[in-house]
Design a protein around this ligand. Structure first.
Ligand SMILES: *Cc1c(COP(=O)(O)O)cnc(C)c1O
Length: 391
C-alpha cells in the first residue's frame, strides 16, 4: 500500500517520536488520576488553578440551566447568545480595546484573523518559534511568509524595510509556548506603526498571568506606558488570547479596533462556518474573568513559585531556559534522554511532559515544567529533589 502508514508509524516509534495520550480519570488540577494512581502534575496550562474551581463548576451548572447545552447554530445564523455577547463586551473592556470577538479555539482564531486580513500579494512576517496555528494560518492565507530569527527585531525591521508589499502583517507569540520567553511588545508596536503593518499578538500564555490584573502582555511594564496613557491600544494591534489556559475553560477571543472586528465577523471563515460554542461556557468565562481580575493572590503565588523553582534547579545537571513566566523549560537536548527522564519522573509520581521535535528544533528536546497557582512550595521541593536524584 503506497501510504505505508504502519511502516511510517514504526519509524516514529524507533526515533522516540511516537506520542501517546494519557487518560486522566478526573478533573485537571494539581493532582491528576491515571490508572488509579494520583500524580503531581506540572503539565497543564491551567496557570491560575481555575480549571476545576468550585465557583466556576457551579456557574457551569447555572449556565446549563439558563442556556441549555448546544448553541444550535453559527453566530451569524442564530447561535449568538446573550452569554456570548456579554462576555465579548467584558473581554474588550478588560483587554483595553473597542471590541472583542469570541472564537471556539485559539487555533481557529489565528486561522480566522490571518486569512481575513491578508491574501495573495500580501506578506506575513513571523517569528521562527511561533505557534503552529499561526504557521498554518499563514499557509492557508496564501500570503508570502517571511520568518525572522527568534525575537530578532533588527532582522524583522530589515525585512519590513525591504518589502514592497502593500499589506503587511507581523505575527508573533507574545509568550512563546515552548520557551516561556516574551516578545518585546513595545518595539513591535513601534515597528508596526513605522512600516504601516498590522501586528497580531498571540497572548495565549500571557492572558490572565501577565500585566496589571492579569490583563496580558499589553499591560506589562515594557508596554504599559502606552496602555495607561491611551484608553485603547495602538490601532495597528490585534490582540488574541485563549480562554482554555489561565482562564481555565475553553475558547479564545480577538480584541481590536471596531473596523477589524467587524471585518472578522463578515469574512473570517473559521468564525462564520462553525457552530458557536455552548453559551454556558461563556457564562462560566464571565465569572472566570472576575476571578482573574479580583484574585491577584493567584498571580502572586505563581510568581513566587517561579522564583523558587529557578532557585532550586540552579545547580542541576540540565539548565533551565531563561524564562520569567510559568513555562519553565528544562533543556535536555537528546530526544530519547528527555523521554527517559520524563518516564522516571512518572515512576516517582510526578508528571512533566517531554517536548520533542517537530514541536521544538532538533537537539532541543526538553522537559516543559509548567507551574500553577494551585501548586505549593512543597511541590516544587519534591520535583527538585527527584530531579537531583536522577543524575
Ligand atoms: C494553545 C495555543 C494556541 C491554540 O489555542 P487553543 O485554544 O488551544 O486552540 C494558539 N497559540 C498559542 C501560542 C498557544 O499556546
Amino acid at each position: 500500500m503506497s501510504f505505508d502508514l504502519a511502516g511510517r508509524l514504526l519509524v516514529r516509534e524507533k526515533n522516540g517520536l511516537r506520542r501517546y495520550r494519557t487518560v486522566l480519570e478526573g478533573p485537571q488540577s494539581k493532582y491528576v488520576g491515571i490508572d488509579g494512581r494520583n500524580y503531581l502534575s506540572f503539565c497543564s496550562n491551567d496557570y491560575l488553578g481555575l480549571a476545576n474551581h468550585p465557583v466556576l463548576v457551579q456557574s457551569a451548572c447555572e449556565g446549563a440551566q439558563r442556556y441549555g447545552l448546544g448553541a444550535g447554530a453559527s453566530h451569524l445564523v442564530s447561535g449568538h447568545s446573550a452569554a456570548h455577547h456579554e462576555l465579548e463586551e467584558a473581554l474588550a473592556s478588560f483587554a483595553g480595546f473597542n471590541r472583542a470577538l469570541l472564537f471556539s479555539s485559539g487555533y481557529m482564531a489565528n486561522i480566522g484573523v490571518v486569512t481575513a486580513l491578508v491574501g495573495r500579494h500580501d506578506v506575513i512576517f513571523a517569528d521562527k518559534l511561533n505557534h503552529a496555528s499561526l504557521n498554518d494560518a499563514a499557509i492557508l492565507s496564501r500570503a508570502r511568509l517571511i520568518r525572522y530569527p527568534h525575537l530578532d527585531l533588527t532582522a524583522l525591521e530589515k525585512c519590513l524595510r525591504d518589502s514592497k508589499a502593500k499589506r503587511k502583517l507581523i505575527v508573533t507569540d507574545a509568550v512563546f509556548s515552548m520557551d516561556g520567553d516574551v516578545a518585546s511588545v513595545e518595539d513591535l508596536i513601534k515597528l508596526s506603526e513605522c512600516y504601516d503593518a498590522y501586528l497580531l499578538l498571540d497572548d495565549a500564555h500571557g492572558f490572565g498571568v501577565l500585566g496589571e490584573s492579569g490583563r496580558g502582555v499589553l499591560f506589562t511594564e515594557n508596554a504599559a506606558t502606552r496602555a495607561t496613557t491611551d484608553a485603547t491600544h495602538s490601532r495597528q494591534v490585534i490582540y488574541m488570547a485563549t480562554l482554555g489556559k489561565a482562564a481555565g475553560v475553553s475558547g479564545a477571543f480577538v480584541a481590536a479596533s471596531s473596523d477589524i472586528v467587524e471585518t472578522l465577523i463578515q469574512t473570517a471563515r473559521s468564525y462564520i462556518y462553525t457552530t458557536a460554542s455552548p453559551p454556558l461556557l461563556s457564562h462560566v468565562l464571565s465569572h472566570s474573568l472576575q476571578l482573574i481580575e479580583r484574585e491577584g493572590w493567584r498571580r502572586k503565588r505563581l510568581f513566587q513559585l517561579i522564583n523558587q523553582l529557578k532557585h532550586e534547579l540552579q545547580t542541576l545537571h540540565w539548565r533551565l531556559l531563561s524564562s520569567n513566566t510559568p513555562i519553565q523549560p528544562l533543556l535536555v537536548g537528546d530526544t530519547h534522554e528527555t523521554v527517559c527522564i520524563s518516564e522516571k519522573l512518572k515512576a516517582e509520581g510526578i508528571l512533566v511532559p517531554a517536548i520533542r521535535p517537530p514541536t521544538v528544533p532538533r537537539n532541543m528536546a526538553r522537559l516543559r515544567i509548567s507551574l500553577s497557582a494551585s501548586h505549593q512550595e512543597a511541590d516544587i521541593v519534591r520535583l527538585a529533589t527527584v530531579l537531583r536524584n536522577l543524575v
